[in-house]
Ligand binder design. Structure first.
Ligand SMILES: Cc1ncc(C[n+]2csc(CCOP(=O)(O)OP(=O)(O)O)c2C)c(N)n1
Ligand SMILES: [Mg+2]
Length: 307
């Protein structure tokens, strides 16, 4: 899954640079693949996720169809939102993907709503809400988590702390060194995990999911991670050093996990290479499908508006 996300986003980047994407530039999660992969692995098919503006990895990890996602990103009629959403508004409700969101912190109240819906319907589903370190300073963070804690709603709050909100380092804008420290204020568990290790993210998420399913309410999981590329396409990364980037790349989730699989004799190098070739093929097919797909008909511009 980490390879699927990595290659998918590299392709999206390439398509953007060759003028195949219109509107919003893609916000890529390259470097953060262990968080989406590990967290979504702890979920069932009928569970929900709420994503962010950096959401391709979340959606793929929750089993979004690569072809439909690529078509959506290219604004095509065959996209999972019929090309109306694009890179920042991928959704597939049948798969429990309640939507990515261009509003920083905008997903958190949606997750609380999903939590209320689950409780009301009396199922044992859960909703997992991804959010960034920047989003943790929005009012929605406090309101949503407090409500979920007070009502014991089955919501797991997964913070992808990649140290920056756009160009601003989190330590300049946050009064607490860790986002998870705030869990104490809501009387819920808060854990910090190595966001570059999919197994650790999976393990801690699984515990929070179990707790939520059993009716014990929400948790915060803070995954320390890093986005290898800029915030969006126009970011020249002048606010951080190349040395810092190199240091994080060395502990990148894919290189490290590959090494571990080989060292522990779980997979051979050739097997991983074959897997990577298969992933590249899927990505190329998705891109071909998207490129060949028709654009929406301008006559249908009002078709999915309800106001
Ligand atoms: C309410 C709101 N304020 C500001 C923005 C502009 N903006 C887009 S992404 C971003 C930074 C978000 O940082 P973080 O939550 O850490 O997510 P990251 O980009 O690091 O994944 C900002 C300020 C926005 N989209 N919405
Ligand atoms: Mg951030």
């Amino acid at each position: 899954m980490m390879l699927r996300i990595r290659h998918f986003e590299e392709k999206v980047h390439q398509l953007y640079l060759t003028d195949k994407l219109f509107g919003m530039s893609p916000h890529l999660s390259i470097g953060q693949e262990a968080v989406s992969t590990g967290a979504c692995k702890a979920l069932r098919k009928d569970d929900y996720i709420v994503s962010t503006h950096r959401g391709h990895g979340h959606c793929l990890a929750k089993s979004a169809d690569m072809k439909l996602m690529m078509a959506e990103i290219l604004g095509k009629e065959t996209g999972c939102c019929k090309g109306r959403g694009g890179t920042m508004h991928i959704a597939d409700v049948k798969k429990g993907i309640l939507g990515a969101n261009g509003i920083v912190g905008g997903g958190l109240p949606i997750a609380s709503g999903a939590g209320i819906s689950i409780k009301y319907r009396g199922t044992d589903q859960v909703c997992l809400s991804f959010f960034g370190d920047g989003a943790s300073n929005q009012g929605t963070f406090h309101e949503s988590i407090n409500l979920c804690a007070a009502f014991k709603l089955p919501v797991i709050f997964v913070c992808e702390n990649n140290i920056y909100g756009l160009s601003t380092p989190i330590n300049r804008t946050s009064a607490t060194p860790n986002v998870a420290d705030r869990a104490r204020g809501y009387n819920i568990p808060g854990v910090i995990v190595d966001g570059m290790d999919p197994m650790t993210v999976y393990g801690e998420t699984a515990k929070a999911v179990q707790r939520a399913r059993e009716g014990d309410g929400p948790s915060i999981i803070e995954a320390k991670t890093y986005r290898f590329l800029g915030h969006g396409a126009s970011d020249n990364r002048s606010y951080r050093t190349r040395e810092e980037e190199e240091e994080w790349r060395r502990k990148g989730p894919i290189v490290r996990f590959k090494r571990r699989l080989i060292e522990e004799g779980i997979m051979r190098e050739e097997e991983i290479e074959a897997m990577e070739r298969a992933v590249r093929k899927d990505v190329e097919e998705a891109a071909e499908y998207a490129l060949e797909s028709p654009e929406p008909n301008p006559k249908d511009v009002e078709k999915y508006l309800y106001v």
